[in-house]
Each structure stands twice: as C-alpha cells, then as structure tokens.
Design a protein around this ligand. Structure first.
Ligand code: HEM
Length: 117
C-alpha cells in the first residue's frame, strides 16, 4: 500500500508541476494582459483533484490519519482554481487579475500542503 500511496503522491506532484508551470511560463504575458489558460493548467488542476481524492481514500484504507481540515481547505481552493481555468479555457486573453488569482491560489495551496504539518 505504501508504494501505491507514494505513486499517487508522485502523480499529485506532476499535477502541480503542470498547473504551476503553465502559470509561471506566462507571467510575462500576464503582465501584458495576453496570458491564457493552457491545456497543461486545466489538466494539471484535474490531476490534482483526482489524485488528491485517491490519496484520501488510499490513506484511509491504510488506516493513516488524514488532516480533514487541511484537505478541505486545499480542496476548496482547488475548486475555485479549477472553476476559473475551466470556464475560461477557450478565452484567448485572460484578464490579468483572474490569471494572477489562479497563480496566487495555487501557490497558497502549495504552502498549505507543505507548512501545515
Ligand atoms: C493545488 C492543490 C494542491 C496542492 C498544491 C497539493 C499539494 C500536496 C503536496 C505537496 C503533497 C505532499 C506533501 C504531503 O504529504 O503533505 C500533498 C499530499 C496530499 N494531498 Fe494534496 N495538494 C493539492 C490538492 C489536494 C486535494 C484537492 C486533495 C483532496 C481532495 C489533496 C489530498 C492530499 C492527500 C490526501 C495527500 C497525502 C496525505 C497528506 O500528507 O496530507 N490534495 N498535496
């Protein structure tokens, strides 16, 4: 079970790499107001959701304690990110504020995940 959990943690991290990477590579475009939500960002956010839910199930099946408040906050923040990226996925230019919000919320989730021990 440990190996399976670690595989899902790895997939979870690939998801965040895709979501945050998509944001970081467009910071210059964001400043110019020409950034857009790339498929990598949408698929990264979806990967976070699917692997996160799987991790909750796997940890509970393995009798490991899961911090429900921390997971609930990460889930709520991710739902906002996913909603924004999904709704605006076809827009060729995303408003600077909306794009920055997705990057900021994603970064906040990384700090929640790593600092809340
Ligand atoms: C952008 C959103 C998210 C980020 C940046 C993120 C980040 C991380 C990171 C870095 C880890 C490994 C470190 C650790 O074990 O504490 C982790 C583990 C985990 N994540 Fe996430 N996560 C996100 C969303 C979610 C969601 C939506 C869920 C569940 C619905 C979730 C559930 C879990 C679980 C169960 C673990 C392993 C158990 C734990 O240690 O807390 N994550 N996450």
């Amino acid at each position: 079970m440990d190996v399976l959990i670690n595989v899902f943690v790895a997939l979870h991290i690939i998801g965040i790499a895709s979501l945050l990477g998509g944001f970081l590579t467009q910071m210059k475009a964001m400043g110019a107001g020409t950034a857009r939500f790339s498929p990598a960002m949408l698929h990264g956010a979806l990967t976070m959701l699917v692997t996160g839910v799987a991790l909750v199930g796997l940890n509970q099946a393995d009798d490991q304690t899961v911090n429900n408040i921390k997971i609930g906050i990460k889930l709520a923040v991710l739902v906002v990110v996913l909603g924004l990226v999904y709704v605006k996925r076809d827009e060729e230019r995303v408003d600077k504020g909306v794009f920055a919000a997705v990057g900021g919320l994603t970064t906040a989730n990384i700090f929640i995940a790593t600092l809340w021990t």
